[in-house]
Design a binder for this molecule. Structure first.
Ligand code: MN
Length: 293
């Protein structure tokens, strides 16, 4: 492993990133960038599972599991705009609007777009509703929470989501079987070089895996937030913090993910190569992982 430190603010970050995608699946996605991303929602069952189990099921399985998940037809970005518009027009400016404003931000609706959306809603839906919506939108978009970084650099998942330079995307359900813990994946680039933004909750890491290639290939990680680890088979784990750049050679067994008590985010860049494929192996031994700081 070659690890170099870089300040990856702005441009460098825009140029890079990789993925935990199976190359085969990545290729499929490259052919069809409108592939649906399954949306997972559990709020219904958590809040109404006992009181109204059917409503909870309609909310989680149908509204989110089917309607929101049909984002190959209407993108998550556009669905967020429709939803925010409907809520504001209905005068619903409570915590559910704030949730959907945050969701819109995560789905790539920019601050500039949201300002235009709410301005237009003011004329068609009512001026006071726009004022109420702006107050919540300011909290979601301006609030760069003073990230309470500890000396160790630990961060919460909420802080990373609220301050992420690139959209965080939805829960990474397609690769959940290769991860311990919950991660979030947003493909930033499917053209030229495949780049994904991967966000890990504290304690989340992927399984041992190998990026195979006959020539070239491998993966690069650009660390954008939090604290995590990279480990090659037979070597000591390497702690990672924002600004670190990891060059993962092809055909080397490794894993990457969050520290046990910090969320973590990196851009994953798939290095082009010949005959590339990914092989997923066993999970990281939890006894060994839990020894990490
Ligand atoms: Mn990897």
């Amino acid at each position: 492993m070659k690890i170099t430190k870089k300040i990856i603010v702005g441009l460098a970050a825009v140029m890079l990133m990789s993925t935990n995608l199976l190359n085969v699946e990545a290729a499929e996605m490259a052919d069809n960038t409108r592939k649906a991303v399954k949306v997972v929602q559990t709020a219904g069952r958590q809040q109404l599972g006992e009181f109204a189990p059917d409503f909870a099921r309609y909310n989680d399985d149908i509204l989110f599991g089917e309607v929101w998940s049909k984002n190959d037809v209407l993108s998550l970005h556009d669905r967020s705009i429709v939803t925010v518009s409907a809520l504001v027009a209905s005068g619903i400016t409570d915590s559910s609007l704030k949730y959907h404003l945050q969701s819109a931000k995560n789905n790539g609706v920019t601050k500039e777009e949201m300002a235009e959306i709410i301005t237009q809603l003011g004329f068609y839906g009512g001026w006071p509703k726009a004022w109420a919506a702006f107050n919540l939108a300011k909290e979601v978009y301006n609030d760069t929470p003073a990230v309470a970084k500890t000396a160790s650099g630990n961060e919460t998942l909420e802080n990373i989501m609220a301050t992420s330079l690139f959209p965080v995307g939805g829960e990474n359900v397609n690769y959940a079987q290769y991860f311990d813990g919950t991660s979030y994946l947003n493909m930033l680039s499917m053209d030229q070089v495949i780049i994904g933004n991967v966000t890990f909750e504290p304690g989340c890491r992927n399984h041992w895996h190998i990026h195979h290639a006959d020539k070239g290939g491998g993966q690069m990680l650009l660390v954008t937030a939090g604290r995590g680890y990279y480990q090659e088979w037979g070597k000591a784990p390497q702690e990672l913090k924002p600004g670190d750049v990891v060059h993962i050679p092809a055909n080397v067994k490794h894993w990457h993910g969050a520290a046990p008590n910090s969320a973590f985010q990196h851009l994953a860049i798939e290095v082009p190569g010949e005959n590339t494929s990914n092989e997923w192996c066993e999970a990281v031994d939890s006894g060994e992982y839990n020894k990490l700081k």
